[in-house]
Design a protein around this ligand. Structure first.
Ligand SMILES: [Fe+2]
Ligand SMILES: [Fe+2]
Length: 290
């Protein structure tokens, strides 16, 4: 397992070694958009090793691009559900395959909570691990997302409306904010700082270098990155992407193959205070056997 990047950010108040010895942690791994077959192969090969190496308790993975780079099918969902993933989040691409809709009711697969239309599925759920109820939320942004799937309502107001119920039913609240603009993501992080456990961005497929514990105590990163082929344009073969920009033609879609990586973050949460103490960025290369 070749680690390309491992960037810890410790909360200044809890980084003392002696203090850490007395603390027990809930460790949450959040995985950036799984892109096509290369992404799924990286999950199959690397996820068990990461869980063992970092003592991970809870896994959240964004699966909106898991089937051929666009959406999620029942077959691909079944494959991902065979791995130790607790909750799958999604985004604009989750509406590609209608056949997935029955899965929303029977599996831990979320669609954006703030879609305006009455559409199948749910936008948040809770799952219990190590005696803690973890609420996971899938939320979509509005900025530059107008032509990307069904319209969504204001994510700030949506969180304001649903947070009291989430906090009543859970000990930790983790939000996957699926959005294009870093401004919208960072503004939401400040809006929710101290009110939720963690907020991570997805959708841009490029990991940002701003992982931090915010002043109010919320763990944050603007984008987790992508679990898939990085010799690409956000997962798409570069030639295909260039052609799209030159001609406007969007018919062809080819998943790239090379430089496959798993990207995401690990958030450590003090089980006693239920507050995050560190957030670490992960970039791990997947080298398939020759
Ligand atoms: Fe995506
Ligand atoms: Fe997306």
């Amino acid at each position: 397992m070749e680690t390309l990047g491992f960037f810890p950010f410790d909360s200044p108040s809890t980084s003392s070694g002696s203090l850490r010895v007395r603390m027990t942690f809930m460790k949450i791994l959040a995985i950036g958009d799984i892109f096509g077959q290369p992404g799924r192969e990286a999950i199959a090969a690397l996820l068990p090793k990461i869980i063992a190496e970092h003592n991970i308790d809870f896994v959240i993975a964004n699966a909106e691009n898991a089937a051929g780079g666009r959406g999620l099918t029942p077959k691909v969902a079944d494959e991902l559900l065979s791995y130790p993933i607790d909750v799958m989040t999604a985004g604009n691409h989750i509406w590609e395959h209608d056949a997935l809709h029955p899965y929303f009711d029977i599996h831990p697969i979320l669609r954006p909570i703030n879609v305006i239309e009455r559409l199948p599925g749910r936008g948040w759920l809770t799952k219990s691990k190590k005696g803690l109820n973890v609420a996971v939320v899938c939320l979509q942004g509005q900025i530059f997302m107008e032509d990307k799937g069904p319209a969504v309502s204001n994510p700030f107001r949506m969180m304001e409306a649903v947070l009291p119920e989430m906090k009543q039913k859970s000990d930790l609240v983790i939000v996957d904010f699926h959005a294009e603009a870093t401004s919208e993501k960072r503004a939401l992080a400040w809006f929710l700082d101290g009110k939720i456990t963690g907020l991570f961005g997805t959708h841009t497929h490029v990991q940002t270098a701003d992982a931090e514990i915010m002043p109010g105590g919320t763990a944050y990163i603007s984008d987790l990155g992508m679990t898939g082929p990085h010799a690409s344009v956000i997962g798409l073969e570069a030639d295909t992407a260039i052609k799209r920009f030159l001609t406007g033609e969007r018919k062809h879609f080819k998943v790239a193959k090379d430089d496959v990586r798993l990207e995401g973050v690990i958030i450590d949460i003090d089980e006693k205070t239920r507050r995050p103490t560190s957030i670490e960025r992960l970039q791990i290369k997947h080298s398939p056997p020759l």
